[in-house]
Design a binder for this molecule. Structure first.
Ligand code: GDP
Length: 202
């Protein structure tokens, strides 16, 4: 199935246990400002979705969307889902809150059944931060399936792109071809990411 991924907002939650069970799920995680809302909007071909998830408070919750709901017929059961996790490393958050976020995110990632893929967004314009590499180390330590997506491809000068691609892969301890590069602004790599998301959910 080609084209935009339809996303229907289902529910927000503070805890994994509050979410309905899903037959297959992909989740998006990354530090605040990495471009996560922009990528999710680009996948869905809509601008309004960010609006939904940026409703005050929602950015601190687990936000669950049903994928391509309108394209399935004859079933009341929840189809495959996409979860937008709160951005990590928000410097302005008080220590206690950071702890709560961490528990929410880690609890979700460890407990969620049928979590097929964790998409870890890193900022392609600045390269992976220490928090990003810590997150990758934690995912590997827990044997959780993950894919690195580098955002803001359009912000990297074309003369630097080759070098930056090597740097990002190296910092993430991956082969260069394993990192998916996207630009939400220009649409670069978005079709490829849509296909990957659909393949993980099928
Ligand atoms: P989030 O906090 O991870 O959800 O990040 P946002 O999607 O809100 O984006 C953070 C900032 O980066 C905003 O100012 C966006 O306009 C900008 N941004 C996001 N994606 C891109 C991109 O692909 N290219 C460029 N140039 N800017 C981007």
């Amino acid at each position: 199935m080609a084209g935009p991924i339809q996303l229907r907002f289902v529910q927000s939650a503070t805890d994994e246990s509050q979410l309905p069970s899903s037959p297959a799920e992909v989740t998006f995680v990354g530090r605040s400002n990495v471009g996560k809302s922009s990528v999710i909007n680009a996948l869905s071909g809509r601008k309004k979705l960010a609006h939904v998830s940026n409703t005050p408070g929602r950015t601190r919750l687990l936000n669950l969307f049903e994928v391509d709901a309108g394209k399935r017929t004859g079933s009341n059961q929840l189809g495959p889902t996409l979860v937008d996790l709160p951005g990590y490393g928000y410097a302005a958050a008080p220590g206690q809150m950071r702890g709560d976020w961490q528990r929410m995110i880690e609890g979700y990632l460890l407990e969620r059944e049928r979590l097929e893929m964790i998409v870890v967004l890193v900022d392609g314009a600045v390269g992976p931060t220490k928090l990003d590499t810590q997150m990758l180390g934690w995912l590997r330590g827990n044997d959780l399936p993950h894919t690195v997506v580098a955002t803001k491809h359009d912000k990297v000068k074309s003369s630097l792109l080759d070098k930056r691609r090597n740097e990002v892969a190296e910092r993430c301890d991956l082969e260069r071809g394993d990192v998916v590069w996207v630009s939400a602004v220009k649409g670069t790599g978005i079709d490829r990411l849509r296909s990957l998301v659909r393949s993980w959910l099928s």
